[in-house]
Structures are given as structure tokens and as C-alpha cells.
Design a protein around this ligand. Sequence first.
Ligand code: NAP
Ligand code: ZN
Length: 348
Amino acid sequence: MKTPAYAAFSPKTPLAPHTIERREPGPHEVLIDILYCGVCHTDIHLARDEWGGSVFPMVPGHEIVGLVAKVGPQVKKWSVGDVVGVGCFVDSCRECAPCRDGEEQYCEKGMVLTYNSCEKDGKTPTYGGYSTRITVDENYVLRIPPGMPLERTAPLLCAGITTYSPLRHFGVRPGDRVGVVGLGGLGHMGVKIAKAMGARVTVLSHSPGKRDEALRLGADDFVATVEADAFRRNAKRFDFLLDTVSAKHDYNEYLGLLRHDGTMVLVGIPEPTALSAGSLVMQRRRLAGSLIGGIRETQEMLDFCAEHKVYSDVEVIPIGKINEAYDRVVRSDVRYRFVIDIASLKQS
Ligand code: NAP
Ligand code: ZN
């Protein structure tokens, strides 16, 4: 099926219209008509080949919400018209220990990413949600609970689960002092989800102008990290830090904000920086990382967000504004997630 899309053709050129081929759903697959797709900073890192190894042409997009348009003959879980989501991966080996534990994101053979990856045949490229439809195995599709505003739900498929998973895994509890570093797409979801879990949340931002909005989003406090004494004043203050920053910064400074036995989890993936052993050793601090979340936990997160009415704050754009949106994300000028209205792609 010929499918309209937007693609990056090289790291240095703007995204432009493209046509891709989508397959008819196989026995266990569904075809989804895409309604909305969020714009993650990872789309930009990959489209601009900032991590190396990007494959072009690339159709980014892994925060997908749409309607089931067709189901394969053996599909059990879905019917035409169901409101569904697709996140960062569309398949995995299903046999290794992480897959069996429902943590497909850590698949030992490597998950099939929604884009910039290959299907399990090892040669068919995957294309993401900057397109009008996608064909996906029924086991890698999420149910969107009724009543959720769909454009505000799309970002949960990556930004939501990436922040929910470490907050759960590392056992953040009501009353814990949580710091969210960086108030962008991931960060603003981290604030909302940590608050819904009962934590006391502080935003640590290099943009002093975000103070009022951080408080509006539900944060209890705000630290402008550019202020000269910010790190000294807040030393040993937090039980848990969630670092969502996309650009290079000094982890050692932030580790100093953790109390004795505190944990800092990296979810942002910037260029590397040096780590000093003393930053960890002195207070028995922990530094960890976390990658999105598995299918089961992503469903749990969607149900949690529906129950607590936690949605992303979004700016909906037509696909023609995507290059401008990328530049604004890089300038930290996004409030707080761009979401593409895929109807604009059908018309373009
Ligand atoms: P984003 O919307 O651009 O947010 C990143 C935030 O980092 C910015 O809003 C800004 O917040 C802060 N920041 C940017 N430049 C900075 C600088 N020079 N110094 C200090 N802070 C700076 O990006 P996102 O979509 O949330 O993604 C964030 C990172 O997470 C990206 O690296 C992305 O690839 C990664 N990611 C990881 C996973 C995973 O599974 N681990 C999943 C999705 C994305 P302030 O203005 O408040 O400082
Ligand atoms: Zn993402």
C-alpha cells in the first residue's frame, strides 16, 4: 500500500515529503490509520545522525495514536475502530529472559525499533509515525483507554513510559523528594507522573523563564541551575533525580544534589561526560539509566494516566511545520511536546 510520509534523506537536509510502502496485515497483524504522532528529541538525534549509524531515508516517529483500520485473520486482541497506540518498538525476539519478563526494550537480540531499524527478516526497513498508516504485530499495540484526549495522549507512548518506568522501578514513594532535570517533553511528563505518584517534585532547569510553568504543571518547587549558588544551596536535597537533559552537562554537579543513598537515573542521552568516582562514593549514591518500558508496563502507564487524568501539554502542528519544530526543540523552546496532526499529511 502506497503511504504518504515525511522523511529525512540525510543528516543535514530538512525533512521532506516521501512515499513509503506498508504491507497488508499478516495473520497476527493490524493496520492502523495514524491520527497523531508526537515529536521526540530522539527523532532529532537520529534524523541528524547525532549518535552515528542512522539509516536514510528515515521516517521518524514513535509516539503514535490511531485507529485500527484492518485486522489479520488470526488477530484476537483488536477490532476495526479500536483506538490504539504504538511506541518505540514493534517487535522483539520474544524468547530471551527480558522478553519473557515483559521487558522487551532490553531484548537480548535487540528489539525491532519503530523506525531506523529492520524487521526480523533483517532487511526490511521500519518506518515510523510521520506517515498515514502503519502495520504492526497485534502484541506490540497498546490500548488507549476511553475518554483520553488523543493528541495529548500520543506523547505518553515514549515520553510518558520513559519517565513512568524508572519512577516505578526505583520505587519512588509518596513524600519522596524527586528532582526532574530538564523541563522538555520527557521532563514535563516526569513532573506530572511523579506528582500523581505522590512525590514532592522540584524542577531543575537551565531556563529560568520556565519557573511559572513548572509550578503550573504541578511542581512544588523550581531551581534555576544557571544561578551561581544553585548547586551549593540544594546540596544533598533529593532522594531521587530523573535526568532528562538532551545536551551535554556535568553529571557530577547533579549527583551532589542527592542525599545519602540517593539515586539519579539518566534517561536523556547526550554526548558523554566524565564521571568522578567521588560523586558516587562519598554518600553511597547510585547512578543508573533506563530505557523506555515494556509493553505490559506501557499499558499500565496508559491506564495510570487515564485514571489520574495525566496528559501531555502539546502544541499540535501540521507536518509542514516539522523542520521549524525541530529547531525549536533544540532551542528548548517547546511547551512541552509537538504533536503532528497526521490529517495534514493526507492533505499535503
Ligand atoms: P526535549 O523536549 O528537548 O527536552 C530536553 C530538555 O533538556 C530541554 O527542554 C531543556 O530543559 C534541557 N536542556 C536542553 N539543553 C540543555 C543544556 N545545554 N543544558 C542543560 N539542560 C538542557 O527532549 P525530550 O524529547 O524530552 O528528550 C530528552 C532526552 O531523552 C533526549 O536525549 C532523548 O533522546 C532522550 N530519550 C531517551 C529515552 C529513553 O528511553 N531513555 C526515551 C526518549 C527520549 P530546560 O530548558 O528545562 O533546562
Ligand atoms: Zn522518544
